[in-house]
Design a protein around this ligand. Sequence first.
Ligand code: BG6
Length: 492
Amino acid sequence: MATIIPVASFDCVVFGATGDLTTRKLLPALYYRFKDGQIPGTSRIIGASRSEMSVEAFRERARDALKRFVPARDLDEEKLAAFLDHLDYVAVDGAGDDGWDDLAARLAERPDQVRPYYLATSPDLYGSICRNLASHGLIGEKSRVVLEKPIGKDLKSARAINDAVGEVFPEEQIFRIDHYLGKETVQNLLALRFANTIFERLWTADVIDHVQITVGETVGVEGRAGYYDTSGALRDMVQNHLLQLLCLMAMESPLTLDANSVRDEKLKVLRALKPITPNDVQAVTVRGQYSAGAVDGRPVEGYRADLGGETASRTETFVALKLEVQSWRWAGVPFYIRTGKRLPQKLSEIVVQFRASPFSIFPAESFGREPNRLVIRLQPEEGIKLEVMTKDPGPGGMRLRPTNLDISFEETFKQRYPDAYERLLMDVVRGNATLFMRRDEVEVAWAWADSLLKAWADRPEPPRPYPAGSWGPTAAIALIERDGRTWHEEMH
Ligand code: BG6
């Protein structure tokens, strides 16, 4: 069991306290940190939303949420009751004037607390919430604001949000969440690359053939069709999560682990991403939309039926791209990335495929010239696997086969893997922004995404249909196979 170091005492105000994110992610994350003794007893979690509600009613809601989203084996009744005692509630209108004096009074009771303001609301409210915080004198040195995605839907709207928040909070106090950065194995990528000499020396175009990043989900759009249909997979997943993974894979060693050193290096990768122009779009991008099919053995509807029968939607639920990072280290190494809803597996992994050996001394019938692959599995079953060629045991001649050097984190460390939000929330309290996105990163990523969105918008054809439960349109397979390569699942 890792040592738990308590954070400073805090008052965390969660705007959007009755919403989905608070219920599914934030309350469970805070509960676990409390249960493990990381949250000091003088801390408060203050729910804020427009609904009039008593503190007791909010605690009851929170109890229900925890019963739903925390496994029963982790729900200790005594700890649960103690955690709920730390919850408070104030009705506040993020867009208007109501409730702000009450919130100010509540916070004035403990003026020395660290004060994270978590904006788990629609981004339309970020500006007005921040202005209200400022005009009610609620921003001090120990305040921080946490912004959930989406931070805009293009560069222009992202800038407007960043400007509005930046008017009242200095950049060091703004924490833009990308929850993928809080995933344990994503940070392990930093450890793997920069705490070991063997990999970093091989991390170049001379040795690496290509990189694949896959983030597959089995879910459809669930209850979020309204948001999703205005977003699509490129905005929802690629502009943030997949590009962040690509940055950690491709960046140079930061000078230190401090926030700006790491973010400076990620920014250089984003700047080096080759923009996708209308001329390239056909060759290096595939958009898909799921149709009816089966996932986990049960039939599911298509995307348009999930939208309630809307037949004209051209929103993509799947994207595959071939990307180039224009730098000395990566020249000529393609990064194939893909993500989608209603795929056969919930699976996030990064595959680094090394170049094949230049020449085989083994007889042709020995079967073996598979290239080495390093597979970094983010979820499920977090782990790292290196595929190497070995000799088939026994006296049957010199036959080769791929075998895995395999580290399963669960088996190795035998402990629960904390959810990304647990780490990120504690990092906010500590004031450590290494795992959060800086303004310039978000904006450069949007500038890149905007050019692709524009190129797609100018094309007449809709996204290609793919049956739910498949790995996307066949064009996504062709995208990589045209280059004589193949997506990794074919190898399982
Ligand atoms: C969110 C997206 O940011 O990430 C969702 O908005 C997606 O559409 C989710 O389902 C995936 O996160 P995870 O942690 O389940 O891989």
